[in-house]
Structure formats: structure tokens, C-alpha cells
Design a protein around this ligand. Structure first.
Ligand SMILES: C[S@@+](CC[C@H](N)C(=O)[O-])C[C@H]1O[C@@H](n2cnc3c(N)ncnc32)[C@H](O)[C@@H]1O
Length: 282
């Protein structure tokens, strides 16, 4: 019989659960050319740690230094082939945009898309695991909008721990949100939408932006959990462009579930003078 794993082993196993699979990483010649031409400007490529999706210990990212100015920062996790982050960078020159994506062909495609559409200067891409890299690299309160669109649904029960919207990711990224920041999500999987509500509604750092917002209308080819909340859903965010994943979901008869939360103000730091310990000491 195998012994119970030791605590460090358990910690390691937990850390090793990732929300992505890496396959088909080879770049076609066209994508390789785009990478060679454009990555020195667009790609933040820090020294790596124990894996090539992790930054080395102590690597930090100062958005003001990276973009050469201080501007509201929009971050998209799992930006795929860049439909949303490139469109947003073009539509909002007054904001800075950071896409985080581990899928290198998607990143290379994002770079060509950026070049074809006018080479926005307010865009950077990072080929790292967002869950581990963002909290290690970015200062607290530095993100003004966070987007997670059509995250991998990991539908099998035994894979639910790999879903991005789970406590380890939320613990990692919610402290990075500025007060009043928006956290926008969309999925075409009813079960994942339900899971997101269970994970997100209970977080004290977040409040629903549309508490009375109705659920999407229509019939769904994937079963809707019986206790799915009937309100709290967001209208489609006007800045969210349709990606291949959304089109595939619609073509398969699934509904699109949009969510938007806002980062509530942090509670004030406890006043030491009025704490019970301080009063006892006095
Ligand atoms: C289903 S795709 C959706 C892509 C895009 N948002 C869209 O709508 O087209 C999910 C993407 O998230 C990326 N991803 C998953 N976990 C990630 C993580 N921890 N850090 C960075 N990217 C991640 C995957 O590589 C994949 O490209």
C-alpha cells in the first residue's frame, strides 16, 4: 500500500494542477516569422523559473515602466488568438492591455493580428501561467479590468480541479484588482457558468455588477443545473468581440453566460490603538 503523501508532496501536487494542456506548440513558418518580427516589442519574456510557464523568483513587472506611462490596465487571461485584447487595445488607446496566454501559436497569431490591425503600442503579451505569474509579478491593486472569456470548461468531474475559476486562481488574482475594478467572464458551458457563480458570488472582495440581470434567453443543448441562479447575469459586454470559441458554442446550441463583478473597496486597516490587545496593554 502506498503511504499517505507527505505535506510538501501534497503542496507540490496542488501546485502542479494547471488549467491548461500544452500541445501543438510548433509554430508554422508564417507564425514563426511573425514571432521573430514582433515579439521583441510585444512579448514580455522574463527569465524562467522551474518551468517555462513560470517566471524566475523575484521577477517583477512594473506596468508604468513597461508601457512608458501610467494608464488603466486591462488584463485578459487566456487571450487565445488575441481577438479581444487586440480589439480592445485599438479601441482604447487611453488604456494599456496585457494578454496572458500559454499557447504559443495563439500568441504568435495575436502578434500578426496586432500588426495587421495597426500595431497598437498599448499592448503586451506574456507567455506564462497567469495563476502563478501574475501574483508574483504585478503589484497589488494594479489591474483595472480583468477578463476571462471562454476558459477551458474541463467538463469531466475528475478534471473540475483544473478549471481556472477555482480558489487558487481567485486567491492569486483578486488582490491584484484595484478598488472598483471590473472582472468580466463569459462561458458557453452552463455547468461552468453555475460553477463560476458558486465560486465568485461568495467572495467578499467581489460584488455582482448586475444583481437583477436576467439569465440568457433561449433553450440550451447542454443541461442547465436545476439550481442555476435566475438573476445576476450581465448583458454582453460591448467590448467583447466574438471568438471562435463563442461561435462553436452557439453552433452547438449552447447559451452564452456573461458575468461581471466589481472589486469592492478593501476594508480599512485595523486601527491598532482600538484593538482589544492594545486596550489590554494600555
Ligand atoms: C478555450 S480557450 C479561449 C481563448 C479565448 N479567450 C477565446 O475566447 O477565444 C482558453 C485559453 O486559456 C489558456 N489558458 C488556460 N489556463 C491558462 C493559464 N493559467 N494562464 C494562461 N493561459 C491559460 C489556454 O491556453 C487557452 O488558449
Amino acid at each position: 500500500m502506498r503511504d499517505e503523501p507527505s505535506v510538501p508532496e501534497q503542496e507540490r501536487a496542488h501546485r502542479d494542477v494547471v488549467s491548461f494542456v500544452r500541445r501543438g506548440e510548433r509554430l508554422t513558418q508564417g507564425r514563426q516569422n511573425a514571432w521573430d518580427r514582433l515579439s521583441s516589442f510585444y512579448v514580455i519574456d522574463p527569465p524562467r523559473g522551474e518551468r517555462d510557464t513560470l517566471p524566475a523568483e523575484g521577477v517583477r513587472l512594473d506596468p508604468a515602466e513597461e508601457f512608458g506611462r501610467r494608464a488603466p490596465l486591462v488584463v485578459e487571461v487566456g487571450s487565445g488568438t488575441g481577438d479581444n485584447i487586440v480589439a480592445a487595445a485599438l479601441a482604447h488607446p487611453e488604456r494599456d492591455h496585457l494578454g496572458v496566454e500559454v499557447y504559443l501559436p495563439g500568441l504568435a497569431q495575436t502578434l500578426s493580428r496586432a500588426e495587421r490591425s495597426g500595431s497598437p503600442q498599448n499592448l503586451r503579451m506574456m507567455p506564462l501561467d497567469a495563476q502563478r505569474a501574475l501574483p508574483a509579478m504585478l503589484p497589488e491593486g494594479s489591474i483595472d479590468e480583468l477578463w476571462v472569456y471562454f476558459a477551458d470548461p474541463w467538463p469531466k468531474q475528475r478534471h473540475h480541479k483544473r478549471r481556472l475559476i477555482n480558489p487558487p486562481f481567485l486567491d492569486a488574482v483578486l488582490p491584484l484588482l484595484a478598488e472598483g475594478a471590473a472582472f468580466r467572464l463569459a462561458t458557453d458551458w452552463a455547468q461552468y457558468a453555475h460553477h463560476m457563480r458558486q465560486q465568485l458570488d461568495q467572495r467578499p472582495e467581489l460584488a455582482l455588477m448586475h444583481p437583477d440581470g436576467p439569465a440568457p434567453e433561449g433553450t440550451s443543448s447542454d443541461p442547465i443545473p436545476p439550481n442555476m441562479p435566475s438573476t445576476g447575469w450581465a448583458p454582453r459586454f460591448e467590448g467583447r468581440v466574438k471568438t471562435g470559441f463563442e461561435s462553436k458554442g452557439r453552433a452547438a446550441g449552447r447559451l452564452i453566460w456573461d458575468l461581471a463583478y466589481t472589486r469592492v473597496p478593501r476594508p480599512p486597516a485595523p486601527d491598532r490603538a482600538s484593538s482589544p490587545e492594545a486596550q489590554q496593554e494600555a
